[in-house]
Design a protein around this ligand. Structure first.
Ligand code: PEP
Ligand code: MG
Length: 314
C-alpha cells in the first residue's frame, strides 16, 4: 500500500523537525484558528480573548447590567471553541480578560470606566477580575461548559499576577463555580518582577504551568513604557535583568516539574528562542508566521546542546 501523504500547510509540503521543546502558537482571533493549526504547533500557548470581547462591541459590564450574562458566556464559548476544536487534544491555554480601562472606555457600556493615569499599571488582568468577581465568574462558567462539552484541552492562564494570593483567590472562585481543578490546567503569566521573584510561592501553591509575558515583564523590569516611542530604544527583552528573571523562574520550575513557556513577542525571536532552549524551557509559543522559523532555531539549538554533551562525556 502507498504511504499516507503527510498533511500540507497552505498547499506546500514540508516535514517539520522534531524538537524536545514544544513549539506552540499564539492566537488572538478565532478566525485565525485554521492558519494557526496549519503550523502543526503543539498547542496554543496564548489565546487572547480581548479581541473576541472588543468585537462584541459592548463591555462585559454592559452584559451584566443588562441581565444578558448568558449571551456573554455563549459568545465567549463560541469564540474559544473554534480554537479548542482546531487543536484538540493539544492544549489551548486561554488567558482570562486583560484589557486596560482605556480600551473599554470607547465601547458601549464603557462610560463609567475610570480614568487612570497609567492604565497599563492599573486596573487590568487579574486585578480587575479579583475585584469585579462577577465578571470573572462568567469566564469560569464558560471554561466549565467547554470542559463539559468535551474540550478538556482548554487550560486557564491568569495575567498580571504579582502575588500568590491573587492565584489563591482565583482558584477559590473557580472551585466555588464547580470547576474540578484536578482536571483542568491552571497557570499564571509571569509578567511582573514581583511574580518572577516569588515563583516558589506559586509552585508551592500548585501552579500547573507558567508562561512569560515578556512584553510586560520587560516594561516593568526596565521601567520602559512599551508604548512610548521616546524610550523605545531602551526596550529590550534581551536585557540581562530580564534574562536573569527568566532563568531564575525556569530553574525553579524545572526543579519542581512545573511546565514553562513564553508567549510574549520575544518567543518569536530566534536569538531569544536559542537562549530559552539552553535554559531548559518546556515550550515556546510564537506568532503564526514565526512558528516554522522558531521550530528550526529550536531544533538546531537542541542539536548543538546534545553534541556538546556527547563531546564532553567522560
Ligand atoms: C505579554 O505581556 O508578553 C503578553 C503576551 O501579553 P500582552 O502583550 O497581551 O500584554
Ligand atoms: Mg501582558
Amino acid at each position: 500500500a502507498k504511504a499516507a501523504i503527510p498533511a500540507t500547510a497552505g498547499g506546500v509540503f514540508y516535514s517539520k523537525p522534531v524538537t524536545a521543546t514544544e513549539i506552540k502558537v499564539n492566537v488572538s482571533e478565532p478566525d485565525r484558528a485554521e492558519a494557526a493549526a496549519a503550523t502543526q504547533a503543539d498547542g496554543v500557548g496564548l489565546l487572547r480573548i480581548e479581541h473576541m470581547i472588543l468585537g462584541m462591541g459592548k463591555t462585559p459590564n454592559w452584559y451584566i447590567r443588562s441581565g444578558k450574562t448568558e449571551e456573554y458566556i455563549s459568545e465567549l464559548i463560541s469564540g474559544i471553541k473554534v480554537v479548542a476544536d482546531a487543536f484538540y487534544p493539544r492544549p489551548v491555554w486561554v488567558r482570562t480578560l486583560d484589557a486596560p480601562t482605556d480600551e473599554f472606555r470607547a465601547m458601549e457600556g464603557g462610560e463609567g470606566e475610570p480614568h487612570e493615569h497609567n492604565p497599563m499599571l492599573g486596573w487590568r488582568g487579574i486585578r480587575r477580575d479579583m475585584t469585579e468577581t462577577d465578571h470573572f465568574r462568567l469566564e469560569v462558567k464558560a471554561f466549565k461548559r467547554l470542559h463539559e462539552m468535551g474540550l478538556t484541552n482548554v487550560g486557564i492562564m491568569l495575567p498580571m499576577v504579582q502575588h500568590v494570593s491573587e492565584f489563591q483567590k482565583a482558584k477559590s472562585i473557580m472551585r466555588d463555580e464547580g470547576l474540578d481543578l484536578d482536571k483542568i490546567d491552571v497557570g499564571v503569566m509571569i509578567e511582573t518582577p514581583g511574580a518572577a521573584l516569588t515563583i516558589e510561592d506559586f509552585i508551592e501553591d500548585g501552579i500547573d504551568f507558567i508562561s512569560f509575558g515578556t512584553n510586560d515583564l520587560t516594561q516593568y523590569t526596565l521601567a520602559v513604557d512599551r508604548n512610548n516611542e521616546n524610550v523605545a530604544g531602551l526596550y529590550s527583552e534581551l536585557h540581562p535583568a530580564v534574562l536573569k528573571l527568566i532563568e531564575y523562574v525556569v530553574e525553579q520550575c524545572r526543579e519542581a516539574g512545573v511546565k514553562t513557556s513564553i508567549c510574549g513577542q520575544a518567543g518569536s525571536y530566534p536569538e531569544m528562542a536559542k537562549k530559552l532552549v539552553e535554559m531548559g524551557i518546556t515550550s515556546i509559543s510564537a506568532n503564526i508566521d514565526a512558528v516554522a522559523t522558531v521550530r528550526d532555531t529550536v531544533a538546531r539549538s537542541e542539536k548543538i546542546l546534545i553534541l556538546d554533551a556527547l563531546r564532553n562525556r567522560d
